[in-house]
Design a protein around this ligand. Sequence first.
Ligand code: CO
Length: 666
Amino acid sequence: MSDEIAVKMTTMNYDKDRPAAENPVKVEDLSLRDGHQSLFATRGRTEDMIPVAEMMDEVGFWAMEVWGGATFDTMHRFLNEDPWERIRTLKRYIKKTPFSMLLRAQNLVGYRNYADDVARAFVDRAAANGMDIFRTFDALNDYRNFETVVSVIKECGKHFQGCICYSMTEPRMGGEVYNIDYYVNKAKDLEAMGADSICIKDMAGLIAPYDAYAIVKALKETVKPPIHLHSHFTSGMSSMSHLKAIEAGVDIIDTCMSPYAFRTSHAAIEPLVMALIGTNRDTGFDIKHLAAINEIFEKEILPKYKHLLDDTKMSIIDINVLLHQTPGGMLSNLVNQLREMDALDKLDEVFAELPRVRKDLGQIPLVTPTSQIVGIQTVNNVLFDDENERYKMITSQVKDLCYGLYGKTAVPINPEVQKKALKGYDRGEEPITCRPAEVLEPELEKAQKDTEGLAVDLDDALIYALYPVTGKKFLKWKYGKEQPPQEVKPRTLEDAQAEMELIKKAKAGQLVEKTQKAAPPKGENLRTFNVFVDDDYFEVGVDSVGGAPMVNYVQPMPGMAPAYAAPAAAPAAPAKAPAAEEKAPEAAPAPAAAVEGTPLNAPMPGMIISYEKNVGDSINEGETVVILEAMKMENALPAPASGTIKSINFSSGDSVAKGDVLCVIG
Ligand code: CO
């Protein structure tokens, strides 16, 4: 044990003899934001936070992170929840512990830089709704992107926590870009901006224990604000890094309650409490109280989310992160994207291409949204490039990055790639060097106009300003102008238990027998579940009859469940009968076949953002026809031929599958 961490307690009578520490490590709990974002795809619902809220308020956390990051997007898009309401609701239960949010600087809680007026309004409304600490980061560590939001955070009298995104290009800290001087200089910049605390944001779990020690030590010697370490567990190093950071004098550490900890999330709080007990850095937390909270999480809440946990591997650490120095979330996005495009066999090529793309794009840190920008472009290169041409399909985000719309990259962008990306770029072919938001036209007034008669207040209008397509959809659900689809409704504990029973039965082969019987008519309460058994996928309808869930139908999904479906092909047929409740028919591309011409097929599954042309418009080969959002990145799809738009088969907001005919040019 190092000199700094002296043990004060010799008798270990936990309850009686525990002295108050001279300099307790402060702890921020991340369970209700980064925890469920990392493990459960950000699907945590407010109603599932309430049962533990008051107890968590009693722990003594320095702060609780409850908002920001992906929560805003996920809540309105997938949970049919008003993100603003979450802050207000939790505030009614959590009265003592300050709230923290993750703010992507000028990106706010989205994936691009928003105009200054939207940024100002957003921060002002977040503060008014109850946010206390604004953990602010910029994916490029370009602090010019902090200027607008920080001035509002300060005006509102709130805590500005400035982040330095931890990144590297070598297996350990160092090299030409991300060395100790880099971090010290960034910390000085943040101090000069008035940071109330400084956070080393290790979003990928890359920080090695001795590097954590070196950075914390250097920062403590150089700057005055408290130093905070945010490190993901992904690679398995973060508990060790926490301890070395504590030895170096770190002020605040981020952890999760153990049910939300480990894997791509964070180290758990409980081992840290016990590791420090009786030392001069003792957290002072009551481990029994933590255990009581965990019991509620385990029994009442997490069964509803267990299906979202990626438990396909035994190992809870991802050594790919150690091998490739890339965030775990980014890796799983890449894998998902490749899987959706039937190209999982290209994963090794993706790993090889990734550092090349990152270098071409200015050796930028890999964090949202730059991790997606680099990741998706890498996948595009692997899938669409050939020996004659690189960067054949450049995403609009890469074009924006090359233009300077995200800020200044760590090293200059490869000029060839930059030139290609900016050819015909609508803002101009010459990149900018000013603060990015300076070239953005105000957006708020237009957002308010677009939502007239729908948005009731500024909070509503901001949902639309940040997410025009899904935001508008959400506002229609919110005000009863459209019925929200079944899949955005909450799962109950009973749903979860019923599903677990089904999986058990499916594994035991009992589902097959059951569906041989004549299926009763579907009831009103029929709900559809996706059930995954190893690699097989079933769509299962569950109808609640007199309280007890019963299986209504099991439908092996086409092309996905041959192993299970083969011995007993029966289950699909009798069960499918009433088609009314089925999902949107897959027949969408069919009418397109009738139109003669060159089809534009969706190169990947995604959501239509907009069509740039109308039926009857003439178009040149290579001109953008459709903007397709895939993996949260917008892809401008070029016309495969010159001619006239004969048909347009989808509209803004529609989901499309790979291969769907988006339009026909004749
Ligand atoms: Co994080």
